[in-house]
Design a protein around this ligand. Structure first.
Ligand SMILES: Nc1nc2c(ncn2[C@@H]2O[C@H](COP(=O)(O)OP(=O)(O)OP(=O)(O)O)[C@@H](O)[C@H]2O)c(=O)[nH]1
Length: 239
């Protein structure tokens, strides 16, 4: 038998914690002989999936989102396609927890995650990246569609009322900030995130339940991005 395909000695593998995690997440143990390569690969795949998802909403988690954002920055720099990043934050969420309890807060977080997923294409990535903060990454989103897409996301959340166990219906709104990745420029995920975050901050400061997008379709290139594109000498030369 091929050594690589030989079953591992499962008693030496300590699979119990991995299997308990799967059970806790409501997933079945992989089929097949425990210790066989197919079984172990399926187990690894399930654990990878678990470690990429947010436990409360099932959305992509921050780790998964950061990987996707870095990939998208590279893709945009190579292809020149435009991609939009939206940061979404539930408005006055603390009040929900304070007034209705954390259980209600969790229901709202789930409902907003679902509304976001329903408002974008399957190819877009919706992630929960903090308590009541989400990111939506929209590859191949032409600049002219940005305002429309962001408005749809905000409206979809505002339309969804959340049913609480005591029968109350809770209205929720969110603020949305967005920025396009600079095309043809090797930027960094951090700079892109910062730009979108700045717009989210504006949306909150201007009254919430609104969208703020970075103004220019081809956003200004930061000093750091210009350095990456042209080298620091070119920056000094042009100043
Ligand atoms: N129920 C629940 N609450 C959470 C979770 N994660 C964070 N929070 C709460 O989310 C609240 C966030 O409050 P703030 O950051 O003040 O934001 P906000 O009340 O939404 O105010 P604005 O964003 O300014 O509109 C805090 O009370 C956190 O405890 C979670 O997983 N579940």
């Amino acid at each position: 038998m091929d050594a690589a395909a030989a079953p591992a000695n499962t008693s030496a593998l300590r699979l119990d914690v991995a299997l308990a995690l799967l059970r806790q997440a409501g997933q079945a143990e992989p089929a097949g002989d425990a210790g066989s390569p197919a079984y172990l690969q399926a187990l690894i795949d399930q654990l990878v999936d678990l470690s990429s998802r947010d436990a409360l909403t099932g959305l992509a988690n921050r780790r998964n989102f950061e990987l996707a954002l870095a990939r998208e920055v590279d893709r945009v720099a190579r292809s020149g396609e435009s991609a939009l990043l939206l940061m979404v934050d539930i408005d006055h969420f603390k009040r929900v927890n304070d007034t209705h309890g954390h259980g209600a807060g969790d229901l709202v977080i789930r409902a907003v995650g679902q509304a976001l997923t329903d408002s974008v294409r399957p190819m877009d990535l919706v992630a929960r990246i903090g308590g009541e903060e989400y990111a939506v990454l929209l590859p191949n989103c032409p600049a002219a569609f940005g305002p429309q897409v962001a408005a749809r996301v905000r409206q979809r959340v505002a339309r969804s009322s959340v049913a609480l166990p005591d029968g109350q219906q809770l209205a929720v709104t969110c603020s949305v900030g967005g920025a396009f990745a600079p095309q043809w420029v090797r930027s960094t995920p951090g700079i892109w995130l910062q730009r979108a975050d700045l717009q989210l901050y504006r949306a909150k400061a201007e009254g919430r339940d609104r969208v703020c997008l970075e103004h220019t379709a081809a956003p200004d290139v930061s000093v750091q991005e210009r350095e990456m594109l042209l080298g620091s000498h070119a920056i000094q030369d042009s100043e």
